[in-house]
Design a protein around this ligand. Structure first.
Ligand SMILES: Cc1ncc(C[n+]2csc(CCOP(=O)(O)OP(=O)(O)O)c2C)c(N)n1
Ligand SMILES: [Mg+2]
Length: 669
């Protein structure tokens, strides 16, 4: 029988050897947290290496993602489909053992981590999703959703502001199934944290209404076990286990110092570590008895089989709930969704009239929401402004999870990372709202959602200077363009109720990356469309108003500027200037269309083009070309009523028409 220490040393050896082989990586954290991980994974974690997607598995998140080798070692040793070849090729092209963990549900990597603190916020979202689904689906005797979310976090995670947002919310919500191990090793990259991090972290978490287990020796398996037992007894509050550890434990000359944090130990120190910890095996060799000690496949199979049996009985007793749960976990939309959604879009279009697109978004939620029990969302304390509450919204509060609406509080970053966590968990379609201008606060989490291709929806209202009197601090200028710069994101900026409904439908149907809905505060005019145009909206760019003859110019506009473009085109038509108006609510969707579509909407022969968008012009140069022009914002806004600002900055039909005339004349001369 190998000792617990021997088992933990397998993590240490694989980690230091993989980092040494790559000559790059972070041995300190895996060597420091190995003993904790060994207890958690061998004694508590409910998982099945043969089926990493088992829905009722415990979730395990390494928020201090630089310790990726800890995770890879655990996955490899317990029997996931992560071979020794993968470990040997740590940080190399084409292998799943990336520098930092990259979401890979087929090998048990639950989320992408590395930007410190965000994994913790993902974990909060996962634990929240678990409680929401448990409240919806569990019945007496049938705890079909019943798992923990375990998070490893370091000093860096605790220093990051997002840990405050996410953990404060977790405390208020009472996420008793969330258990976080804080790697309290006193070291970060610059050295001993005393100089820059002297918080009373335990006291801080108690103030959030967390249950805190203090002063746990992270190298004493019994102490770790006791702490976990205590955490599991606490059901109302999340638990923080403060583990005192030594970074790089086992490396005789380097342990306890920042030298082990992010660099290979070096051949000499690796050899000395082998001696020191009694690991007498060549690199990447794990003896059979240790492999057996780690192998979790049989127990995993039993655990999942037990759950499958429970689900079978549940299906007998509650066939409809069972079917619904399976649908939700599979991420399938309800039967009949496509037709119902189509009818809802048509109905909204018929009755919508002139409304702010934020209001149109609420109408869309009212229409789609009843069809989508998986829809769970909220706002970062701007519910009334973001119009994120719909008729079927039921509030989720501390300890009460039988709802679908979350008051996230003023926590844009934490909210967005938690939305990804909910989406990663599965069974829910999360959305969250704030002002477009505050997407900056959430930006890194939006980026991570895109990296992981998480289908979360961000309802970002007050999308231009059109919001008016709140002034430049609240007026987004660069935000549309800068969000569009993020790969694998879709930014929709609809111009009226119909486009808003279609944008929401696309967001609901999307399974692949975040959606931003940029919505107006101010009322926007309804645009009439024929059936072809209705069908074309989802292509992201289409002809909204055309002329009989070959257009002399094309105006491309989005959102609140579309109505202005349409007016300008009508005025120009009276003067005999034939103008086409292209509405382009989603540049990314348009770019994804084939060349035939793109050329039909924007014929290459029509080189006189004017783009109009109340944001920085940068998106539009490729569309307007050398003979075109852009009406945009090249400076911050002003405090004044929205209408005044639209005049002031040239977002009027008169100015749009004037610029088109100028372009057309310039092109003739
Ligand atoms: C948001 C963010 N900022 C900076 C970094 C770079 N970085 C990676 S690890 C680290 C120090 C983390 O210290 P700690 O969590 O205590 O890790 P330990 O050295 O104890 O393993 C820093 C600054 C990062 N990964 N993410
Ligand atoms: Mg540290």
């Amino acid at each position: 029988m190998p000792s617990r220490r021997d088992l933990a040393n397998a993590i240490r050896a694989l980690s230091m050897d993989a980092v040494q082989a790559a000559n790059s990586g972070h041995p300190g954290m895996p060597m420091g947290m190995a003993d904790i991980a060994e207890v958690l994974w061998n004694d508590y974690l409910r998982h099945n290496p043969a089926n990493p997607r088992w829905p009722d598995r415990d979730r395990f998140v390494v928020s201090n993602g630089h310790g990726s080798m800890l995770l890879y070692s655990l996955l490899h040793l317990t029997g996931y489909d992560l071979s020794l070849e993968e470990i040997r090729n740590f940080r190399q092209l084409g292998y799943r053992t990336a520098g930092h963990p990259e979401y890979e549900p087929d090998v048990g990597i639950e989320t992408t981590t590395g930007p410190l603190g965000q994994g913790l916020a993902n974990g909060v979202g996962m634990a929240l999703a678990e409680r929401i689904l448990a409240a919806r689906f569990n019945r007496p005797g049938y705890e079909v959703i019943d798992h923990y979310t375990w998070v490893f976090a370091g000093d860096g995670c605790m220093m990051e502001g997002i840990s405050h947002e996410a953990c404060s919310l977790a405390g208020t919500l009472g996420l008793g199934r969330l258990i976080v191990f804080y790697d309290d090793n006193g070291i970060s990259i610059d050295g001993e944290v005393e100089g820059w991090f002297t918080d009373d972290t335990a006291g801080r978490f108690e103030a959030y209404d967390w249950h805190v287990v203090r002063d746990v020796d992270g190298h004493d398996p019994d102490a770790v076990r006791d702490a976990i037992e205590e955490a599991r007894r606490e059901t109302r509050r999340p638990t923080l286990i403060v583990c005192k550890t030594i970074i790089g434990w086992g490396a005789p000359n380097k342990q306890g110092t920042e030298a082990t944090h992010g660099a290979a130990l070096g051949d000499d120190e690796v050899a000395l570590t082998r001696e020191n910890i009694g690991w007498h095996h060549p690199p990447f060799v794990v003896p059979d008895d240790l492999r057996e000690g780690w192998d979790a496949r049989e127990r995993g199979r039993e655990l999942e089989t037990g759950w499958q049996r429970l689900m079978g009985d549940y299906g007998g007793e509650y066939p409809e709930l069972h079917e619904e749960l399976i649908r939700r976990l599979d991420g399938r939309l309800p039967d009949g969704w496509a037709d119902a959604a189509e009818r809802a879009v048509e109905a909204l279009s018929k009755t919508g009239g002139d409304v702010a697109t934020r209001k149109a978004s609420e109408k869309a939620l009212d229409a789609f929401g009843p069809l989508l029990p998986e829809l769970v969302g909220g706002s970062a304390d701007l519910s009334g402004s973001n119009n994120t509450i719909w008729k079927g919204s039921r509030k989720i509060r501390g300890g009460e999870f039988d709802g679908n609406y979350l008051h996230f509080g003023v926590r844009e970053f934490g909210m967005t990372a938690a939305l990804s966590g909910m989406s990663l968990h599965g069974g829910l379609k999360p959305y969250g709202g704030t002002f477009l201008v505050f997407s900056d606060y959430a930006r890194s989490a939006i980026r991570m959602a895109a990296i992981m291709r998480r289908p979360i929806t961000l309802v970002l209202t007050h999308d231009s200077i059109g919001l008016g009197e709140d002034g430049p601090t609240h007026q987004p200028i660069e935000h549309l363009a800068s969000l569009r710069l993020i790969p694998d994101i879709r930014v929709w900026r609809p111009c009226d109720v119909t486009e808003t409904a279609v944008a929401w439908r696309e967001a609901v149907e999307n399974r692949d990356g975040p959606f931003v809905l940029a919505l107006s505060r101010q009322t926007l005019p309804f645009q009439a469309r024929d059936a072809n145009q209705m069908a074309a909206i989802r292509r992201g760019g289409y002809v909204l108003k055309d002329c009989e003859e070959e257009p002399a110019a094309i105006i491309i506009a989005t959102g609140s500027e579309v109505g202005i473009a349409v007016q300008a085109a009508a005025a120009l038509a009276k003067e005999g200037v034939a103008v086409r108006v292209v509405s382009m609510p989603c540049v990314e969707a348009f770019r994804a269309q084939d060349a035939a579509w793109q050329d039909a909407v924007l014929p290459p022969g029509v080189a006189v083009r004017l783009a109009v968008e109340a944001g920085v012009p940068d998106t539009w140069h490729p569309f307007t070309g050398p003979l075109g022009a852009i009406i945009g914002m090249t400076r911050f806004g002003e405090s004044a009523p929205g209408k005044v600002l639209f005049e002031h900055f040239g977002f009027t039909a008169a100015n749009v028409a004037e610029q088109v005339r100028r372009l057309v004349q310039g092109n003739r001369s």
